[in-house]
Design a protein around this ligand. Structure first.
Ligand code: CTP
Length: 398
C-alpha cells in the first residue's frame, strides 16, 4: 500500500522545490495531495503542483466546492504523513501556537499523522529567539524537523536556513528505499512508575518521560507503528503514537507483556521503580505512630524479561549512572543480554532527569558512539537514526 503524503507548501522562495518534491515522492511510490498557503501561491502556481500530483491542489478552507469533495477533516484523516516544505518562519510560528487560520494549519491540528517540517528562511530569521522557541515547542510535541542546511541563501547571505534538497528530504524520510521501519511495530516504555503506599500516597522518581516521548515521535515519523506504554507524564503523546497509560511497574509489565509479542523493537526508556511496597495499605496510613517501617519488594525487570524472549525483539535499554558510565552500562548490556544501551550521567552538569538537554553514550556488542549534549528532541532524533542503523545490521545478520 502506498504511503499517503499530504504536502503542505509554505510561502518562501524554496516553494519552487515543491514541484520536484511532488514528482520525486510520486516516483518513490507515495500518493501525494498538495495544500498551499496563500503566500505559497505567489511563488508557484497550484496548476504546476496539480499537474505533478495528479490531484486538485487545495488552499482554501472556506471553499464550498472543494469542501464538498474531500473536506478538510477527511483530508486530515487520509494522510499517513504530513510534510511541510518549505516551512517558513511564519508558518512555524502559527503551527507552534496551534493556530488554525488557514487550511494547512487547520489540517495540522486535525490530523493524527506524524508531522515533518523542512524549514526554509533567512538565517537571521532562523536564529531569532522567537523562531528558536517555536522550533523547541514543535520538537517537544514530537514534530520532526529536517534541516535547514547551511549555505548560500536566495538573499545572497550565508548561514543556516536553506531548505534541504528534495532528495535529502526523501532520504531522511527513508521513502521508497523501503523505510526500514515501515509497518514495523515498536514498543517504547517511558516516564516514571508510581508504587502505591496507600490509596493517596506513592513512591516515584523525577522522570519526565521527555526522552521516551521524543524517541517515540522520531520513530513514528520514520514509518514505525508506535506503542508508548507510559507512566504518569504531563506530556502529550506525539502524533501517530498510541499511548497506553499505566501507573505501577506491575501495570507496565502487564501492558508490555500483552503487546510485545509482535513488536520488532523494544525500547525501555522508563524509569521503573526497582522496588514497591510489599503490601500497600488499603486505607490511608494515619500518623498515630512515631515511626513506621516500609517493607519493599523487588519489581520485575521488564527490560530483562523482554531481552530474554526467544525469539525476541531488538532490545534497547537505558542506563542512568552517577559514575563509571561506560563500565556500568557495558555490564548492563551484557547481563541483561541487550542489543543496545544508551547511557547518561545523572547528577552532574551533563543532563539527566527533568532537564531539557542530555548527552548519551550508546553501546552495543562490539561498538560505541557518543551523542553530544543537545536538546532531548534532537538527541532523540540522533538516537533514532542509530537505532535504525543497528537494527538493520542486526536483521541482516542476527
Ligand atoms: N528497567 C525495566 N524494568 C525495571 C527496571 C529497569 O525495564 N524494573 C529498564 C529501564 O527502562 C532501563 C534499564 O532497565 O532501560 C535500566 O536498568 P536497571 O538495571 O534497572 O537500572 P538501575 O535501576 O539504575 O540499575 P542499578 O540500580 O543496578 O544501577
Amino acid at each position: 500500500m502506498s504511503l499517503k503524503v499530504l504536502l503542505g507548501v509554505g510561502g518562501g522562495i524554496a516553494a519552487y522545490k515543491a514541484a520536484e518534491l511532488v514528482r520525486r515522492l510520486g516516483e518513490r511510490g507515495a500518493e501525494v495531495r498538495v495544500v498551499m498557503t496563500a503566500a505559497a501561491r505567489s511563488f508557484i502556481t497550484p496548476l504546476t503542483l496539480q499537474a505533478l500530483s495528479g490531484h486538485e491542489v487545495r488552499y482554501d478552507l472556506l471553499d464550498p466546492g472543494a469542501e464538498a469533495g474531500m473536506d478538510h477533516i477527511t483530508l486530515a484523516r487520509w494522510a499517513d504523513l504530513v510534510l511541510v516544505a518549505p516551512a517558513t518562519a511564519d508558518l512555524m510560528a502559527r503551527l507552534a501556537a496551534g493556530l488554525a487560520d488557514d487550511l494547512l494549519t487547520t489540517l495540522a491540528l486535525a490530523t493524527t499523522a506524524p508531522l515533518v517540517l523542512a524549514p526554509a528562511m533567512n538565517h537571521h530569521m532562523w536564529r531569532h529567539p522567537a523562531t528558536q522557541r517555536n522550533l523547541a515547542r514543535l520538537r517537544e510535541r514530537g514534530v520532526r524537523i529536517l534541516g535547514p542546511a547551511q549555505g548560500e541563501q536566495a538573499c545572497g547571505e550565508q548561514g543556516p536556513g536553506r531548505m534541504l534538497e528534495p532528495g535529502e528530504i526523501l532520504d531522511a524520510l527513508a521513502l521508497g528505499t523501503g523505510s526500514p521501519l515501515a509497518g514495523r511495530r515498536v514498543l517504547v516504555t517511558a516516564g516514571p512508575t508510581r508504587e502505591a503506599l496507600d490509596p493517596v500516597r506513592y513512591i516515584s522518581n523525577h522522570s519526565s518521560g521527555r526522552m521516551g516521548y521524543a524517541l517515540a515521535g522520531s520513530l513514528a515519523a520514520r514509518g514505525a507503528e508506535l506503542i508508548l506504554v507510559s507512566g504518569p507524564s504531563a506530556l502529550d503523546p506525539p502524533p501517530g503514537v498510541e499511548r497506553i497509560p499505566v501507573e505501577s511497574a506491575l501495570e507496565m509489565e502487564a501492558a508490555v507483556k500483552a503487546r510485545v509479542g509482535n513488536c520488532a523493537l523494544f525500547i525501555a526508556t522508563a524509569a521503573v521503580a526497582d522496588y514497591r511496597p510489599q503490601a500497600p495499605a488499603a486505607e490511608k496510613i494515619k500518623k498515630n505512630q512515631t515511626e513506621i517501617t516500609l517493607r519493599l519488594v523487588r519489581n520485575p525487570d521488564i527490560l530483562g524479561q523482554v531481552a530474554a524472549l526467544e525469539p525476541g525483539p531488538f532490545t534497547v535499554g537505558f542506563a542512568a549512572e552517577t559514575e563509571e558510565l561506560e563500565a556500568h552500562a557495558l555490564a548492563k548490556l551484557r547481563t541483561k543480554g541487550l542489543d543496545m544501551i544508551a547511557a547518561n550521567l545523572v547528577g552532574g552538569e551533563t543532563g539527566g532527569f527533568e532537564r531539557a538537554e542530555n548527552a548519551l553514550l550508546v553501546l552495543w556488542p562490539g561498538g560505541r558512539k557518543a551523542l553530544p549534549l543537545s536538546p532531548k528532541p534532537r538527541l532523540a532524533d540522533a538516537l533514532a537514526d542509530l537505532i535504525v542503523e543497528r537494527y538493520l545490521a542486526y536483521t541482516r545478520c542476527p
